[in-house]
Design a protein around this ligand. Structure first.
Ligand code: NAD
Length: 284
């Protein structure tokens, strides 16, 4: 099936990045979020990211205009009815995701494919609540989406070969390298990455080193572009907390459990860059 119109649910960090790369690939996007202020924030983030690309000489001003012209925003789910593909990137929590999919299932045309950008939740658990589990898969992009080259395409036991193939081709169309994964918590990347980030927080909690020294250790000692605490701030402490909880519930292994410090910081609203404060201060 040709994907000519994408409905992007959730215009946060990930949703706005995905909308940007989809529109850059020549596909029309309609972005949905719960409140207009979030829609406007998402559209603003896309505008800023494209302007940066223009400044760097990676994009010309007229192409930027064309890309922006392919993206609209809405708070009305009914506006997504004629989309060929729905990509969902709302909060990493099963209940609101399922609630949204049930609504979408009754609104969006029957042939459309649904894809979740979840980092760790079971794709089939969401797909099975719709009448189209065969047209349901995972499309897991990485942050920041316009920069990161990878997308994990996740096939559940119910995903049809045709759906998987359409999703795989779509991932390539938007300029990504596709890794195919089974519907196992954390897929490939987060299954390996998240325990590492949680261990870095545990090291900080245990007083092994300062946050700067932990980050410098991994940057300079292992050649990582960002230290684990910087990366956790970048991804969002709430997102890492939720992923940790989900992986722990599945695998029951200590290294997937969220440390108390992470939980306290999430409760305090120190969610990382997006909140202006996480392990580091971004208020300025
Ligand atoms: P975010 O907090 O930046 O954005 C979430 C957006 O969803 C917000 O704009 C919020 O208003 C909106 N939202 C919440 N409930 C909604 C609903 N019921 N309907 C519509 N919109 C709703 O979060 P994010 O970092 O963009 O993460 C979103 C998803 O992407 C999560 O599933 C997360 O696990 C996944 N993900 C995140 C990263 C990352 O690095 N942050 C990477 C890959 C995947």
């Amino acid at each position: 099936m040709a994907i000519t119109k994408v409905g992007m649910c959730g215009l946060g960090q990930m949703g706005s990045g995905i909308a940007e790369v989809v529109a850059k690939a020549g596909v029309t996007v309609i972005g949905y979020d719960v409140e207009d202020q979030f829609v406007q924030k998402g559209l603003g983030r896309i505008n800023k990211s494209l302007s940066k690309a223009v400044e760097k000489g990676k994009l010309d001003e007229s192409t930027k205009g064309e890309v922006l012209g392919r993206i609209t925003g809405t708070t009305n789910l009914n506006d997504l009815a004629d989309c060929d593909l729905i990509i969902e990137a709302i909060v990493e929590n099963l209940e609101p995701k399922i609630e949204l999919y049930k609504k979408l299932d009754g609104i969006v045309k029957k042939e459309a494919i649904f894809a979740s950008n979840t980092s760790s939740l079971s794709i089939i658990e969401m797909g099975a609540t719709t009448n189209r589990p065969d047209q349901f898969c995972g499309l897991h992009f990485f942050n920041p989406v316009p920069v990161m080259k990878l997308v994990e395409v996740i096939k559940t036991v119910a995903t049809s070969d045709a759906t998987f193939e359409t999703a795989r081709q779509f991932g390539e169309k938007v300029g990504k390298v596709v890794v195919s994964c089974a519907d196992s918590p954390g897929f490939v990347v987060n299954r390996l990455l998240v325990p590492y980030l949680l261990d870095a927080i545990r090291a900080l909690e245990a007083g092994v080193a300062t946050k700067e020294d932990i980050d410098n250790g991994m940057k300079l000692g292992c050649g990582h572009p960002m230290g684990p605490l910087e990366l956790t701030d970048f991804i969002g402490l709430d997102t890492i907390y939720y992923i940790g909880e989900i992986l722990f519930a599945e695998f029951k292994q200590h290294h997937y459990a969220s440390p108390p410090l992470l939980k306290s910081m999430v409760k305090a609203g120190y969610l990382g860059r997006k909140a202006g404060r996480g392990f580091y201060d971004y208020s300025k």
